[in-house]
Design a binder for this molecule. Structure first.
Ligand SMILES: C[S@@+](CC[C@H](N)C(=O)[O-])C[C@H]1O[C@@H](n2cnc3c(N)ncnc32)[C@H](O)[C@@H]1O
Length: 247
């Protein structure tokens, strides 16, 4: 049961209520706040390119990677359709390799970091990003908060009938590992029948303090933490938290 296999082809249909434009506007506001005008950007866990493509069309030189070949296939098709020139790489961010290059900014948005479930692996990701970032560069990422994964998604079941697509999303929060085990069952209409697709996803609930400690261990010094899409600090029940990090 691969993550983001067949699911990749219906991912966008399930994300129609997500305002990706809000991410683009916010990232540019954070660049501006740093007095930065980045040219070269590396996006990790780019998925189907919902943030990558608008950034490319706004003139940034985008390199975008993801572990899932299927998500990248969808992203590449959409990029071609919108005539966005993006270099896509299939890569596990725990084994990041982009030789002889640095980037003005590295991004990892909409839960990519929550998929790294071991602290030692997250440290490896942060250390690789530190190496790939230019001296003045900025690393921006967000997480679904501990509060959201434990109290809103964890031990909860969601489902929807969208006509040609139905899904069941059953979650279990493991108190020992602070992870949410997600069983996703999709019924996708195909030739007047419905194909059943099952995936298992595992996400880690991180406290901001744990992330900050790992960032410092990876060598980052200038770390800001924000309530999503704001410039204020997160609060106890924040659901999404952004990190803006420099060397
Ligand atoms: C919730 S999706 C977010 C996709 C995209 N950033 C967006 O905003 O729509 C999470 C993405 O993380 C990717 N992912 C999970 N683990 C990964 C890893 N170890 N390395 C690279 N990508 C990973 C998945 O394939 C998926 O595309």
């Amino acid at each position: 049961m691969d993550q983001y296999g067949s699911f990749a082809y219906v991912y966008d249909s399930l994300m129609t209520d997500v305002d990706y434009q809000q991410w683009v506007v916010y990232i540019e506001a954070l660049f501006k706040r740093e007095g930065l005008a980045p040219k070269k950007i590396l996006e990790l866990a780019c998925g189907t390119g919902n943030i990558t493509i608008p950034l490319s069309l706004r003139g940034y030189d985008m390199t975008a990677s993801d572990i899932s070949e299927d998500m990248l296939m969808v992203a590449a098709d959409k990029a071609a359709e919108s005539q966005a020139r993006i270099l896509f790489l299939q890569q596990d961010m725990r084994e990041l390799e982009v030789e002889n290059q640095t980037f003005d900014s590295v991004l990892c948005l909409c839960d990519g970091i929550n998929y790294i479930v071991e602290e030692s692996e997250l440290l490896k990701v942060f250390s690789s990003v530190h190496k790939l970032l230019s001296p003045e560069g900025v690393f921006i990422f967000d997480i679904s908060s501990y509060f959201k994964l434990k109290n809103i998604l964890g031990n909860n079941t969601f489902g929807e009938n969208l006509g040609d697509l139905c899904y069941l999303w059953e979650n279990y929060f493991d108190e020992e590992t602070d992870t949410v085990e997600m069983d996703l069952t999709l019924f996708i209409e195909s030739d007047a029948l419905f194909k059943k697709v099952e995936e298992f996803h595992l996400q880690k609930a991180y406290h901001s303090e744990e992330i900050i400690a790992l960032l410092k261990e990876a060598g980052f010094r200038d770390i800001s933490v924000y309530e999503a899409f704001k410039l204020s600090s997160p609060v106890e029940n924040s659901e999404r938290i952004f990190f803006k990090v420099k060397k």
